[in-house]
Each structure stands twice: as structure tokens, then as C-alpha cells.
Write a protein that binds this ligand. Sequence first.
Ligand code: CU
Length: 205
Amino acid sequence: MAMAKGAVFFVAVVAMAALAGLEAATVHPVGGAGKNWDTSGDYDTWSAQQKFTQGDSLVFTYPSSHDVVQTTKAGYDACSAASTDKSFTGGKTTIKLSTAGKQYFICGVPGHCAAGMKLAVNVVAAAATPAAKAPAKPRGQRSVAPVAAPAPAPAMAPAATDDQLPTVTSPTGSPTPKPSAAATIAGAKAAAVALAVAMAAALAM
Ligand SMILES: [Cu+2]
């Protein structure tokens, strides 16, 4: 039961941490809400107005005449995608900003990057999220420790009885009842012996 409760508590903590993580993530429609990724956008200005945090997402929405290429600073500066760059098509591309630091995107269609389809975002490390997650694990471990704690607790109970034993022997109260009790027991024994002797004598007759 205690183990089950501990497990449930641990799951609850993990779920709460996960929910906190989800709450922290922001989805950024590139260029602004309802805007397309196209040559009319001012992505430097838009990017500067955003706060990109690790775990957030970019959503590019664009006509089929464009694409999205995730490139390097060199590719961004030169408006030249490398063959190793990841490119995306299909009209809607979601990029999860899973790593902190600068990330660069351009349109791979010739001339479009030069016409303004280039985006640089500065992703800030999610300080709050890892901080929340880091204590969450120790908390989970600590919650397991208290579950185990009841086992040491009984170990303390015998120690308490050890303490009680000396206090029982030392009080002056116990010697006083002892003689009287001993006397009573002695008397009872004597009476019993006397009765036994009497019965034995009666049977022998
Ligand atoms: Cu384009």
C-alpha cells in the first residue's frame, strides 16, 4: 500500500512537471498570427519582438511557391543553402526549438532569401523548465525515501523500549510493591503447598 501510494505520488509529480513544461512552450507563427512565410515579411523585426525559449515552436505557413530550409549562420548570411541543410515543403512546417542559441531559416527558392525570406531566432535556454524538472526528480526520490522511512521507524521503537526498561527498574515504586507482591505470592504458595499436603494426606488415608 505504501509502495503504491509512493508510486502514485511519483507519477503525479512527473505529470505535473510535464504539464508545467507544456505550459512554458510557446508556438510562434512566423511573421505573426495569420501571416504567411513569404517575401513580404520583415522577419528581422518580427524576430526581435519575440522571446524564443527552448521548447517553443516556430510554425511556417506558406504557399507551395516557397519552402523552409534550416541552415547555418553562413547559409543565412550568404542566402545559400547547403546540401546538408534540412529543407521542408508542404505549406506548413513546425520547427521545435529544442536547442538554445541562434537558429537560422531561409527560403530555398532562388532569390527569395535575398528578397527577405530569411529568419534568425535567438533561442534562450529554458532556465525555468530545467530548474523545475531538476528538483522534480530529487523530490520524487525523496518521496520514495519517506516511504522507506517507516521501516527505520519500527527500528526506533525497540530503542524506546530499551529506554523504558531502565526507567522501570530504577523507580522506588517497584521495590515497594515487590516485597508485598513477593509476600503475597509466598503466602499463596504456602497456602497452596499446605492445601496440597492436606489433600495428599487426605488421599493417603
Ligand atoms: Cu520563398
